[in-house]
Design a protein around this ligand. Structure first.
Ligand SMILES: [Zn+2]
Length: 327
């Protein structure tokens, strides 16, 4: 059996993907000091999640103009394993409300134009891209509605999903109306859950907010009933080993193998490869180092391809995705 990594990055953020050397050069040019937490993460050190947030926002503070957005897509393609065989895809999370409203780094038109050009280039190289809109959980549901107000009126056809991220501070039952609105608008639903919040958030996100995909979800490993729920419903779970190690130091030994053995459909992603430097082949090697056996690695490979939204969106620009899923 081949042990080559799948060429599908199942979870990466546009804002967390700016090249560290470029960010450093931009900061120096503008006389800005680097946040200590960002420098620590670049050194592969562990930081509390609360300190990760300013590092993330500082890093993407140089995402100005369409060209920067396009360059990030190019970098994301480069971080896939080299080679042209097999399906290649990127499930890309983006936070347009922060970029275009909160920080006002670029206009929504510039963001969409840069991403559209980058996605077209990626497709020309055989790499499919699907985009998931990310709202910040701890900013609350009014923020969630503002994100949808911004995105829904002129949604590009490669925007296929809606998600929450950030601190898991607001209960998912409170977020349910926002998720419901996104679903009715034709978006698939995902959530960062069971990362900096309890594993029970994974269950709440599924049962109370109706999400069909979980990012991280690793704290669910302490709850056999929640692993059963994930497995029974065939919920894809995006696991990011470098990110988990840096941001969840109390996790203990990573539960990826246990989750796979419980039948959970885990696959690998890079999360924020510009903030916590990593690439897909490196994540694959880290998975192998966790003692995964051939059957586990094969499951990782299979899930990466079968559940990737980027590889299920051949109907982008044609049939709406919600109808495709209901069929
Ligand atoms: Zn993430």
């Amino acid at each position: 059996m081949s042990l080559l990594p799948p060429r599908v990055d199942r979870h990466t953020h546009l804002e967390g993907s700016l090249d560290p050397a470029w960010v450093k050069a931009q900061a120096q040019r503008e006389g800005l000091g680097l946040p200590p937490s960002l420098e620590a993460l670049w050194r592969d050190e562990i930081v509390p999640f609360e300190a990760f947030i300013p590092a993330f926002f500082f890093s993407c503070g140089f995402l100005r103009g369409a060209e920067a957005a396009r360059e990030i897509l190019r970098a994301a393609v480069r971080r896939l394993a080299p080679g042209a065989d097999g399906p290649r895809g990127i499930d890309l999370w983006v936070s347009p409300h922060h970029l275009c409203r909160g920080a006002q780094l670029l206009t929504l038109d510039e963001l969409w134009r840069g991403m559209d050009e980058g996605i077209a280039e990626a497709r020309a190289q055989g790499v499919q891209v699907a985009v998931v809109i990310d709202a910040v959980n701890h900013f609350g549901i009014a923020h969630g509605h503002e994100v949808l107000d911004l995105v829904l009126p002129e949604r590009p056809d490669w925007v296929v999903g809606f998600s929450t991220g950030g601190l898991e501070g607001v209960p998912f039952r409170d977020w349910a109306p926002v998720f419901d609105r996104a679903r009715k608008a034709g978006l698939r639903l995902a959530a960062h859950a069971g990362e900096n919040g309890p594993g029970t958030n994974v269950r709440d996100a599924i049962l109370e907010a109706g999400v069909s995909r979980i990012v991280h979800g690793v704290r669910a490993a302490a709850h056999p009933d929640i692993l059963d729920l994930l497995a029974e419903r065939r919920i894809p779970v995006d696991v990011c080993l470098t990110s988990n190690r840096c941001l969840i130091p109390d996790l203990g030994p990573h539960p990826l193998k246990a989750m796979l053995r419980a039948g959970v459909r885990c696959a690998l992603g890079t999360d924020d490869p510009g903030v916590m430097p990593c690439d897909l082949p490196g994540e694959w090697r880290k998975a192998q180092a966790l003692g995964l056996e051939a059957q586990d690695l094969e499951a990782l490979r299979r899930h990466a391809v079968e559940d990737a939204w980027s590889l299920q969106t051949g109907l982008i620009g044609g049939t709406r995705l919600d109808r495709a899923f209901e069929a």
